[in-house]
Design a protein around this ligand. Structure first.
Ligand SMILES: Nc1ncnc2c1ncn2[C@@H]1O[C@H](COP(=O)(O)OP(=O)(O)OP(=O)(O)O)[C@@H](O)[C@H]1O
Length: 228
């Protein structure tokens, strides 16, 4: 994935001000955006997904412009064809696992024919090992099953890239290890470009083919210092 980000945005709320001014280029299948809490990681990933609009700058992925303040280009999130998985997975509590995944498909970015739905959902239930809980609701799932459901819902639209906001933060230590391994294998099997944000150095070790280190809303030099 070729990722070009050069954006700035000022956030103001309750008398506080946060200046995001992030510029980096990445050319790798696995990009990690690393930094302490409050560094601007989520804001940067959301800007790539189109969930927030920068004040200025440019974002392009694989040569396709997503945002360009000079030409007033700002593709809607669904036009970007990237999947964004929230830290808390944002599953619909009133829908089963199968319905959550199907929601992604039917309301999704590609609006595919309903006749494809059932087979596609079954395929992703199998790929993510959650067929046995397909009719259960999110509150009836383990943390790992919740994450697999969120991944299936994201992947069913066959996005061109997967953007993950702290994918393992909601999991306890041993489950984190397992799910990290699963995501590692899934990414290799699907060959889907992946960008994830984390403040966990183990994520950096596994997924950080390329690492962007953020500090106070900017790209910081010297990842070695950060990891020391
Ligand atoms: N809508 C907003 N208005 C004002 N400030 C905001 C807004 N959203 C985020 N911020 C501030 O911007 C800073 C960066 O937020 P961001 O969510 O990107 O951090 P992060 O690096 O992802 O942190 P964490 O690891 O804790 O999730 C924080 O100080 C946050 O309080």
């Amino acid at each position: 994935m070729q990722l070009h980000v050069d954006i700035s945005k000022t956030f103001r709320s309750a008398g506080r001000r946060f200046d995001l001014s992030v510029a980096f280029q990445a050319d790798s299948q696995r990009v990690v955006i690393y930094g302490a809490s409050g560094a601007g990681k989520s804001l940067t990933l959301k800007a790539i997904a189109g969930l927030i609009t920068p004040d200025d700058g440019r974002i392009s992925v694989d040569g396709a412009d997503f945002f360009d303040s000079q030409t007033r280009l700002n593709l809607a999130p669904r036009q970007r064809k990237v999947a964004y998985v929230f830290q808390d997975y944002a599953l619909f509590p009133h829908l089963t696992v199968r319905e959550n995944i199907g929601f992604g498909l039917n309301r999704g970015w590609f609006n595919r024919e309903a006749r494809h739905s059932r087979a596609d959902i079954d395929q992703w239930l199998d790929t993510l090992h959650i067929r046995n809980v397909a009719d259960q609701y999110p509150t009836e799932l383990s943390g790992g099953q919740r994450q697999r459901t969120a991944l299936a819902r994201a992947l069913i639209n066959r996005p061109t890239a997967l953007l993950l906001d702290e994918p393992f933060a909601a999991l306890d230590h041993s489950l984190r290890k397992l799910m990290r391994k699963e995501l590692d294998q899934l990414q290799r099997a699907l060959r889907i470009p992946l960008a994830l944000i984390t403040h966990d150095r183990e994520d950096v070790e596994v997924f950080g083919d390329q690492v962007v280190h953020l500090r106070d809303g900017r790209v910081a030099a010297g990842l070695a210092d950060a990891l020391a």
